[in-house]
Design a protein around this ligand. Sequence first.
Ligand SMILES: [Zn+2]
Length: 362
Amino acid sequence: MSGQAAAEPREPGIDGEQVAALLPMLRRIVAARVGSHPSAEDLVQEALVRVLDARDRIEPGMLEPYAITTVRNLVATMWRSKDRDDRNLHRALDPTEPERADQAVVVDEERVAMAQAVARLDDEDRAFLLAHDVEGQGTGPLAEASGSTAGAVAARLKRTRARLRVEYLLALNHVELPTDRCSPVLLAVSAADRRRQREVDAAQHLLECEVCASLAEPLAARGPTRDDEVTIPIEADPDIVTARKAAREMASRAGLEGTDLTLIATAVSEVSRNIVRFAGSGEVVITLVAAPAPGVRVVARDAGPGIEDVPRALTDGYSTYHGLGLGLPGARRLMDEFDIVSEPGRGTTVSMTKWTDRKARP
Ligand SMILES: [Zn+2]
């Protein structure tokens, strides 16, 4: 499953020291919002991690505006999700029950926003994207059919996805871009095109434009450029939210719908939460699978203490963290395939797959 796009020449990037130098500023911003809350330093660290993750996608001049934007968004997200968790502590034991009413609303909103975003694409761009991502046509055949080259088709698909991400966020957040400069800035961020970011002076714009500042972080912080795979580092509770969201997006792109999106998102939450609770850190990799059948594969790995007794950990009712959530048995029930390898002292890898068409699954 290697990427088809040719490697772009690497420009000199942002080094870890430049990112670490942001610490005092981030601490000031967090302190101004949450005071000396126990999570304050977590938020600062979390923001740093995200800035580090995005550093290849943003031009060096954008470092500071991007960091400010990221930490503000994180603070806002943390309060929102904490609030929701508090309200929902009592439920979430029955995986077949449609999820929380507010989450069902979220799923609907995401679906509507995606439909609007797709509708806003240029007709020809949309046709290419659907032919490639939905019907599975390769760039070669698409190039032949349109009298173009595979490279040109790949570049066009990349531009179209960058635009789709922008349009999706705009639709989801019900915002309109206030100035003519907004769209070129957001497209450059979404495409991780650092040369273009400099050309349109994205850094300055992010400081001046509140709308773009709120959208830049979700646009840039989306992991590796590969479109068929996303890796989410898992270290703290906000990452569980990120993993959950990514799972839902990938599952939707795999053609899964409705309840299945919620089931896979929940399974990913469970394995991510296990990492946070027991291993401290790890990662979740979500991959679109084309063969032997379409579906989504999730691999969650950590280098934590491992599980002594795997069969027991998979027993229903065996709760590894006192009844909050479904745990591993729940995750296993929610997916079509489930496999766990754990070595005490070395770590745990959970692999799970959901097939788009259960009847066609291998
Ligand atoms: Zn703007």
